[in-house]
Design a protein around this ligand. Sequence first.
Ligand SMILES: Nc1ncnc2c1ncn2[C@@H]1O[C@H](COP(=O)(O)OP(=O)(O)OP(=O)(O)O)[C@@H](O)[C@H]1O
Length: 341
Amino acid sequence: MTTSSPDASVHVRDLKKQYAVHEKEPGFMGSLRSFVSRKTKYVEAVKGVSFDLAPGEVVGFLGPNGAGKTTTLKMLSGLLHPSDGVARIAGFEPRKRETAFLKQITLVMGQKQQLIWDLPALDSFLVNQAIYEIPDDQYRATMREFTEVLSLDGILKKQVRKLSLGERMKCELAAALLHRPRVLFLDEPTIGLDVNMQEAVRAFIRDYNERYGATIILTSHYMADVTALAQRILVIDSGQLVFDGDLARLAEQGKGGGKTVKLKLREAVSAAQLAAYGQDVKVDGLSVELTVPRSEVSARAARLLADLDVADLTVEDPPIEAVMAELFGATAKVEKEVVRG
Ligand SMILES: Nc1ncnc2c1ncn2[C@@H]1O[C@H](COP(=O)(O)OP(=O)(O)OP(=O)(O)O)[C@@H](O)[C@H]1O
């Protein structure tokens, strides 16, 4: 059942966030000096971001470390006040943190936990039931559903501190979605999990999106999360949105707009010989990979098939990891700072 409504839309206009950081020189004398004349440095973490999401849309929010992803999500969930610009989430202004707004959203941060460490997860769920005023019948129905989809049986009554990371993350997600929010901000929800657990979390998020028509903004360093869940990608770099479009179009930006041709040969060929057919040639025994311009894929493939003893040939877009590495390789952390005395 998909229950999308216009309420779950997200509108962001020219959102900005500047952090003030007080600088202190090292040592006792440094402390004394900064006590007398304090230097403030301003970090422009988000520099005017705009986008709109339709109800039920799932977007991957990507960018290098320090690009401004977490800061943006914190502003959208009302934890941080923007320095400028506006956001409207499900019809609300996040900075006001109205109860009705909080009932519509959730923010899950893979690196932070909201469950009470010394108690079983079930106790935290009951606390959330009270905070979000979830009616008993809805609470029971949601618990049944989550227990099944996330295989929570047997772990809900264990002290949270005794759960494995994967078990804890499943409980964190359940706790964060118990009130059935319509807009989800998921910041690295699968971080540190093993591959099977990542897949379980992904499946749960996909199921939740389909069932409740939830709008989702997802950041993840695991591209498998993004390719499995998001139709659309937003890329932020140094606080600015540098790409907004579908995954395929982002892939086209990689390898200088080229495609990857993969060959299985029956007879070995040297990298030097293959250089005539494309760039970035990689040879691993009888497996070969090279990049060819998009407009020439058919002609080059035909030449390869005619000239070499080819057992198999496939043409692929470059993996999204490669595209991101190419886009951000050297600019892993860029920030423009204004120093004021
Ligand atoms: N509380 C803060 N005070 C000062 N500067 C901050 C604060 N939080 C973040 N920043 C700076 O703002 C910029 C954006 O940080 P943010 O955490 O939003 O990036 P990110 O894209 O989420 O990075 P990552 O992928 O590493 O988590 C960085 O330069 C960071 O150092």
